[in-house]
Design a protein around this ligand. Structure first.
Ligand code: URA
Length: 457
C-alpha cells in the first residue's frame, strides 16, 4: 500500500484497515516510510482519531515490530506495572521488591525522566554501581532468582514505538489518546507479563490533567490489554501534589528504603499497599484482596520487602549497603530552605511546578540528551493540610550549583500556597478500571460513583 494513500484516507477521516496500519508500522520500522510521511499520518491521527479496532491493530503491530520477551520458563503469573508518570512517583521501585517478597514475579522495563516528571531509571542509577542496561538473558536470570528486576527497555522492544515517539515529540503529535495508548501498551505487550496493573496519573503534575481524560485513557489501555489477552487493570490516581516527601533521584531512593522499612510517608505508603495488594491478588498469591493487603503489610513490617530490595540491588551490580546506610547515596553539597511567608496551612503544592523546580536544580532533563544531577532534589518538609508558622521550611532544595538554585527559587515560590484553612481531603485513588467494569471514588465528569452501565458483572 502506498504511504500517500494511507495518509490521505486518514486525513479524510476514514478508518484505516488492519493491512494499512501494518504497512505503516512496517514502513516506520524498516525505514521505507520517510519521517515526513509518518509525521503527516501521525498529525492526521491526532486530528481525526482512531477507532478502538484501529488502536488495537496499531498496538499489536508496534508490539510485534521487535523482540517479544518470553518468560514462560519462569513459573507463575508475571504481573507488570506501569505508571503514566508523575512527580515524586517512585512507586515502581518499592512495588517490585515488595510484590516479589510476597511471591509474585514482577518484570519491569522502565524509562528515564523527561520534562517535569522523574524517571525510574535515573533514580536507580543513583545507587552506586546499579546496572539498568542488562541483556535479556541477565534479565530473565534475575527474574527467576529474585522475582523482580528493573531495567531499561532493550533497543529491540517495540522499535516502531521508539521511532514514532521521537517523531511525535518534535511534531506536536504526542497529545492523542489512541497514539498514547498504543505507545504504552505496545511496550507492555512486548515485555512478557501475563497481567498488568497500570497507574494512570491525573492532575496538575500528570500527563492527563482532567479526570475525564485520565478515565478515557485508562479505559483505552485496559481494553487494548484485555483484547490482547493480557489481564489489565488501571488505577486512576491523583497527581496534583507530589507523591511522598522527596522529589529527585537519590533523595527518592532514600525514601523508597524508608517505605520498605515500614516508615514511609502516608500517601506514598497508602498507594503502594493498594497497588501491591492488587498485584499480589492478580499474581495468585492471595485468595482475596483483603488477604493480599495483609500479606503486603506483613512483608513491610517483617523486613522481607527490604531484603528483596537488597537482593535485587546486589544482582544488578549495585551497592546493597545503601539499604542500611542511605549516606552512601550521592548527596548534594548545599541546601536551601523555602520558607512559609505567613502562618497558616499549606493550602496547595503544585506538582507541575515542584517537578519544574527539581529540573531547574538539575534533577531532571528538558531534552533527552541533558545530563542529570543524581544528588539534586527537593525534600518536602510540609505538605498540603499541614500547619506552618511564618518562616518554617516548607521545601528544602538540595543543589550543587548556585546558578541552578537561582533558577529554581522563583518556580518553587510559585508552587506553594499558604492559606488560613486546610484544604479538603481528596482521595488519592480516584478510580479503578478493569475488565469487569469501573468504580470511580472521586467525581469525574459525568460520573461520581460506580458506573453501572459499564459493569459486566
Ligand atoms: N508514555 C509513552 O510511553 N508513550 C506516550 O505516548 C506517552 C507516554
Amino acid at each position: 500500500m502506498r504511504a500517500v494513500d494511507i495518509i490521505r484516507a486518514k486525513r479524510d477521516g476514514e478508518a484505516l484497515s488492519r493491512e494499512a496500519i501494518e504497512s505503516f508500522v512496517r514502513g516506520v520500522t524498516d525505514g521505507s516510510w520517510e519521517d515526513y510521511q509518518s509525521a503527516a499520518l501521525l498529525m492526521a491521527i491526532v486530528l481525526k482519531g482512531m477507532t478502538a479496532d484501529e488502536t488495537g491493530w496499531l498496538t499489536d503491530a508496534m508490539a510485534r515490530s521487535g523482540d517479544r520477551v518470553i518468560l514462560d520458563q519462569i513459573p507463575g503469573i508475571k504481573v507488570g506495572k506501569h505508571s503514566t508518570g508523575g512527580v515524586g512517583d517512585k512507586v515502581s521501585i518499592v512495588l517490585a521488591p515488595l510484590a516479589a517478597s510476597c511471591g509474585v514475579v514482577v518484570p519491569k522495563m522502565s524509562g528515564r525522566g523527561l520534562g517535569h516528571t522523574g524517571g525510574t531509571l535515573d533514580k536507580l542509577e543513583s545507587i552506586p554501581g546499579f546496572r539498568i542496561a542488562l541483556s535479556l538473558e541477565e534479565y530473565k536470570k534475575i527474574l527467576g532468582e529474585v522475582g523482580c528486576c528493573l531495567i531499561s527497555q532493550t533497543d529491540n522492544i517495540a522499535p516502531a514505538d521508539k521511532k514514532l515517539y521521537a517523531l511525535r515529540d518534535v511534531t506536536a503529535t504526542i497529545e492523542s489518546l489512541p497514539l498514547i495508548a498504543a505507545s504504552v501498551m505496545s511496550k507492555k505487550l512486548a515485555e512478557g507479563s501475563t497481567a498488568l496493573v497500570l497507574d494512570v496519573k491525573c492532575g496538575r503534575g500528570a500527563f492527563m490533567q482532567k479526570p475525564g481524560d485520565a478515565r478515557a485513557l485508562a479505559r483505552a489501555l485496559v481494553s487494548i490489554g484485555t483484547a490482547a489477552g493480557l489481564r489489565t487493570e488501571a488505577f486512576i490516581t491523583r497527581m496534583d501534589t507530589p507523591l511522598g516527601r522527596a522529589v529527585g533521584n537519590s533523595v527518592e531512593i532514600a525514601e523508597c528504603i524508608e517505605v520498605l522499612s515500614g516508615n514511609g510517608p502516608a500517601d506514598l505508603s497508602e498507594l503502594i499497599v493498594r497497588l501491591a495488594s492488587r498485584i499480589v491478588f492478580l499474581g495468585g498469591k492471595a485468595a482475596s484482596e483483603q488477604d493480599a493487603a495483609a500479606t503486603v503489610r506483613a512483608a513491610l513490617t517483617s523486613g522481607a520487602a527490604r531484603e528483596k530490595l537488597r537482593q535485587m540491588i546486589t544482582w544488578q551490580g549495585g551497592d546493597a549497603n545503601v539499604v542500611d546506610d542511605v549516606n552512601r547515596l550521592p548527596s548534594a553539597r548545599h541546601s536551601h530552605a523555602v520558607a512559609a511567608p505567613q502562618a497558616g496551612y499549606v493550602a496547595s503544592m503544585d506538582a507541575l511546578l515542584v517537578g519544574r523546580t527539581a529540573v531547574a536544580l538539575g534533577a531532571g532533563r528538558d531534552k533527552k540528551s541533558d545530563p542529570v544531577d543524581l544528588s539534586a532534589g527537593i525534600l518536602l518538609r510540609k505538605k498540603p493540610g499541614e500547619r506552618v508558622n511564618a518562616g518554617d521550611a516548607i521545601m528544602e532544595l538540595r543543589y550543587n550549583d548556585a546558578s541552578r538554585l537561582a533558577a529554581a527559587l522563583p518556580i518553587a515560590a510559585q508552587a506553594i500556597v499558604v492559606g488560613d484553612t486546610a484544604p479538603a481531603d481528596a482521595p488519592l485513588v480516584m478510580g479503578w478500571v478493569h475488565d469487569g467494569g469501573e468504580q470511580m471514588f472521586a467525581a469525574t465528569e459525568g460520573t461520581a460513583s460506580t458506573d453501572k452501565a459499564r459493569e459486566r458483572g
